[in-house]
Design a protein around this ligand. Sequence first.
Ligand code: NHR
Ligand code: GAR
Length: 215
Amino acid sequence: MKNIVILISGRGSNMEALIAARDAGQLPVNIAAVISNRPAAAGLETAAKAGITAHFIDHKAFAGRESFDAALAECIDGFAPDLVVLAGFMRILSDGFVRHYAGRLMNIHPSLLPSFPGLHTHRRALEEGVRIHGCTVHFVTPTLDHGPVIIQAAVPVLDSDDEATLAGRVLRQEHRIYPQAVRWFAEDRLRLDGGRVRLAAELADGAVLIAPEVR
Ligand code: NHR
Ligand code: GAR
């Protein structure tokens, strides 16, 4: 079974969705650790209560991004993860960090990329007057919010929406698509093909079928 490490900064509801999928037998991964860059992240307590190793590495205790990223990578690598999952992680990561985890670093972003990379996506979607908004799971590359797309979900934008109602509608979809994307990774079904993600057909469980001879 593959090992994953989840990085959070706050509430951790996407992390909870992954834990719930695992508990329901729908996500065959070992959640080796949850790490936050914010000591006060509510998700740390949620993880600990679920029996998952929970650490924080306070980015404010470091002189710069490179030294924080080095400490973060050292902590992550102690768990030997096959996949690192950014779940509401709010620090931009340096090129060196991203290259170290190339092909095994995923993020969920609260917009339909390539629209609205960066922060405050729901506010910006409302300001632009778009009628369709959503969320994206992608592999992380050094260019912020531009890596290969794994799965997206779309939601309508209603006239009655404010930032909070729109964020809530998107978040419910995040909780569906993130476990799905991580499950595909766990099943070894994601392939990169010239910057595009391909999904392999469901594989048999590795057994060799020995059929009776046909006479
Ligand atoms: N790092 C790289 N190199 N590439 C990506 O695609 C990344 C990444 C790090 C995080 C998540 C991303 C999102 O989904 C993510 C993707 C933080 C910021 C940001 O501006 C932007 C995008 C994302 C995460 N952070 C501020 C910073 O200075 C801090 C903001 C805060 O602490 O509230 O790092 O949206
Ligand atoms: C989620 O909506 C996630 O997509 C977004 O923050 C929220 C975290 O919620 N991520 C970013 O904005 C990354 N910059 P959660 O902590 O409850 O999962």
